[in-house]
Design a protein around this ligand. Structure first.
Ligand code: GDP
Ligand code: IMO
Ligand code: MG
Length: 428
């Protein structure tokens, strides 16, 4: 099994962290390939709960080498804080490897993220305010700061000066904020250099060699398909490629080596931030999903918007990512519902459409067409075998499998590490 990818199939928070943790003991390297500390992955091991943002979830498994690759944007202060936090809890973080090519989030990226959101007013994206968008914008504009720049003060100063020249005009003249000094940024970044230096490598080379030696590499995506900058609900997206293609560009692992693509999909749908969401519920059922599923952001604490399962989105994700296996999470949250609606198609201005419309305006106006499945009331959190699930729960899973574009190989029935019903070997 050479390289495996885990991606979110909806709008994030599907349980990617738990899925990574689930297979990490059979993996040699776990690589975060996109995004930054906008992500929030919760992993529950026994009585311990870990919230990971910038670090790949595989860091919790002994023996795994965690890697932050070139596609990621790194806030060095957050990195150090997260490493210290895990160390204090007895986790060995000494094996972490960081790409020399990854881009750095600086104070001006964080400031710009917040002021541009404020200026957007009603049209705001609802970003996490972590500086993600402005950092990727600088990368594409070729004025970004990379990890390797922290080890050459002259180059770093030149690049920060170049970046701040235009940004300070923007900050002062347009956004009415104070100018940011070159010295303060350079000094802050240099203060992380000594600690960062031993972690830095050519991670594409490291991973290539590992794969050549027959080691197993897991690429763990942050965010999700519908938040992907190319394939998501643009402009209400993040600024990176969260789909499986991003695992290749974001790591330097050749596409042909990625032969297992695991899509994580919730048994219902959630979204944080603005943008279209056809199955969103504003009623007591939305509240039921939010409170039963503890749907509050791991990163920002914001209540997540909640709605029913959307099969066209799952099919879209299966196609875009080439999903070989789905992990269906949080089935336990649906326990107690008399009937469970599933969106099987959309009604767009009176026309039934089976797939996500290519026009964003049509998607904004898409009304879900529901099919209804009978619910169950039995507690399923202790179930470990598919046949032991209540018949209606089995039927619900089989119905989703039939309309979602790929097989469902594992089912989450609780937050804990072992709360899982396995159907097919995820790495087989
Ligand atoms: P990620 O960003 O995709 O890693 O997901 P998050 O960690 O942000 O959100 C998923 C939440 O659901 C976390 O609090 C998990 O502990 C929890 N979780 C994951 N799988 C299950 C499941 O099968 N059942 C329940 N009840 N909770 C789950
Ligand atoms: P994980 O990895 C859910 C959303 C934000 C906002 C949009 C852009 O935990 O699934 P950004 O700060 O990235 O520029 O915000 O993307 N968003 C997420 N939503 N889960 C995430 O990560 C997210 N990361 C970003 O809410 O709508
Ligand atoms: Mg999350």
């Amino acid at each position: 099994m050479p390289a495996v990818v885990i991606v979110g199939a909806q709008w994030g928070d599907e349980g990617k962290g738990k899925a990574t943790d689930l297979i990490s003991d059979r993996i040699d390297y776990v690589v975060k390939f996109n995004g930054g500390n906008n992500a929030g992955h919760t992993v529950v091991i026994g009585d311990e709960k870990y919230a990971l943002h910038l670090l790949p979830s595989g860091i919790l498994t002994k023996g795994v080498t965690p890697v932050i690759s070139n596609g990621v944007v790194i806030d060095p202060e957050v990195l150090m804080e997260e490493l210290d936090g895990l160390t204090a809890r007895g986790i060995d973080v000494s094996k972490l490897v960081v790409s020399s090519h990854a881009h750095i989030i600086t104070a001006y990226h964080r400031t710009l993220d917040r002021v541009t959101e404020r200026f957007l007013g009603k049209r705001q994206i609802g970003t996490t305010g972590r500086g993600i968008g402005p950092t990727y914008a600088d990368k594409i504009n070729r004025v970004g700061i990379r990890v390797q720049d922290l080890f050459d003060e002259g180059i770093l100063r030149q690049k920060v000066e170049g970046a701040l020249e235009s940004k300070n005009h923007l900050l002062v003249k347009i956004y009415n904020r104070r100018a940011i000094g070159v010295d303060e940024v350079v000094e802050e970044l240099l203060s992380y250099a000594d600690r960062l230096r031993p972690m830095v490598q050519d991670t594409a080379l490291l991973l290539h060699r590992a794969l050549e030696e027959g080691k197993t590499v897991l690429c763990e995506g942050g965010q999700a398909t519908m938040l992907d900058v190319d394939h998501g609900t643009y402009p209400f997206v993040t600024s990176s490629n969260a789909t499986s293609g991003g695992a290749s560009t974001g790591t330097g692992i050749a596409p042909w080596r990625l032969d297992k693509i695991i899509g994580i999909v919730k048994a219902y749908t959630t979204r944080v931030g603005s943008g279209p969401f056809p199955t969103e519920l504003d009623d007591e059922f939305g509240e039921f999903l939010r409170s039963n599923g503890h749907e509050f952001g791991t990163t920002t604490g914001r209540p997540r918007r909640c709605g029913w399962y959307d099969a066209p989105i799952a099919r879209y994700s299966a196609r875009i990512n080439g999903v070989t296996d789905f992990v269906l999470t949080k089935l336990d949250v649906l326990t107690g519902l008399e009937k469970i609606p599933v969106c099987v198609a959309y009604d767009v201005e009176g026309t039934r459409v089976e797939e996500i419309p290519w026009s964003q305006s049509d998607f904004h106006h898409a009304k879900p067409v529901y099919e209804y499945f009978p619910g169950w009331s039995e507690d399923i959190t202790g179930v470990r075998k598919f046949e032991d699930l209540p018949q209606n729960a089995q039927d619900y899973v089989l119905a989703l499998e039939a309309i979602s574009g790929s097989r469902i190989s594992a089912i989450g029935v609780g937050p804990g590490r072992d709360a899982i019903v396995a159907r097919h070997d995820l790495l087989g």
